[in-house]
Design a protein around this ligand. Sequence first.
Ligand SMILES: Cc1ncc(COP(=O)(O)O)c(C=O)c1O
Length: 483
Amino acid sequence: MAELEQVPTGGGVTAPAGPCEVRAAPAGSLAVIDRARLRSLLDEEGERFRRGHPRSAELWERSQRSLLGGVPMSWMTEWASPYPVFMAEARGARLVDVDGNEYVDLCLGDTGAMTGHSPAGSVSEIARQLERGLTTMLPTEDAIWVGEELSRRFGLARWQFTTSATDANRFVVRFCRQITGRPKVLVFDYCYHGTVDETFATLDGGIVRARDGNVGPPVDPALTTKVVQLNDLEGLEAALAPGDVACVLAEPALTNIGIVLPEPGFHEALRELTRRIGTLLVIDETHTISTGPGGYTAAFGLQPDVLTIGKAIASGIPMGAFGVSEEVARRIFEQEGADYEDVGGVGGTLAGNALQLTAARATLANVLTEDAYARTVPLAERYTDGVARTIEELRVPWHIVRLGCRAEYMFCPSPPRTGAEAAAAGHDDDLKAYMHLYTLNRGVLITPFHNMALMSPDTTDGDVDLHTRVFREAVRALLGQQS
Ligand SMILES: Cc1ncc(COP(=O)(O)O)c(C=O)c1O
């Protein structure tokens, strides 16, 4: 049996179901994780993985000889397994590896495949466009449809397209500096907005410094960036007051350090302060599009000046987008000296190409629809309920937060208020590796960067129930309660 210790918790459900939901650990005594058992279980799972993935092992060995780090992109080594699973085929909510193992995919390419893999509603149109020209540096009619649809969903008046969400964020930061004439960007601690130099800053005892591990920063981020904790309205007001911040770049809720939700009134105050001080408000919906068809912005009536998005909007074809208000559009084109057409620092040869826009039109028209969310949000509720039941019954000091069709458990009993609290309290590398590898070895993939699960329109109740069962077994084994 597990040992118990007194840990203060919120106890039970701490926020109602709806777009967001928080299920904290139960009040009272909670289980203590035995670290020696955890390490030995992790070793066992590593061995089990090796036995089940001999062909991936061969490819891993071979890939070292031609690929930097053995992978096409370094993030692919973030999985908990001793070496990456090599993918053979992915369809809908399922993935099959080169050893013939099949998985329920709750990672979904870390949101890039939130549509489900190769969704029929997009693939037929993408296939047709493949025969009709991919990239020409000329607009297509699809682009207009996509701009109109994004305006309808998010309320922003004018749109353009990029090859990634990172690029969308990069470009809007430039626009914001250009039109306000102000030098700085403000972000919330432990945000992630893609590989945007200005955002790799953190608060260390009130001082802005580069995030740990930041690769070759061009300048000290304290020169470009102010950092505030999410939900710290006093800190936000103090940071904006000097009038040197061009824009606040914010996710509606932090999603890259676990899910940290804004407190009631936070967004209203953020909007009021930024308006009053003349700072532009940029909302990044790349992950929070999980909330609903118009993201958190439509669900909660946010009124950003600029909105960015990417990942899922073209069913996995690389694409990002940014939308601006009428007023911001006017200010952008008032800038006489700015070169938007060539080497001014905003643009991309493949950005806005014909294939992307066909894929986005098909995705928005046929895949990420109201009907899809009517399926995926209840699936995430089911997932959250399954995880919360194990947390409650086995009294583990963890909690889970859901944001629409996305949910994430964290290794602390109640939800942190800020990114810094989440980083300090909710993260445990060995525990994360164990939970991920245990589930992977039993046919369920969750997102390697954190404990995130995402539902696609192809995910089924049975897929969720498999995770619920495996999650419970993993926790029971961790507590020494073998079945
Ligand atoms: C909120 C947010 N914005 C932007 C990005 C960048 O997306 P990409 O890597 O596809 O450019 C990410 C990536 O995880 C993200 O989480």
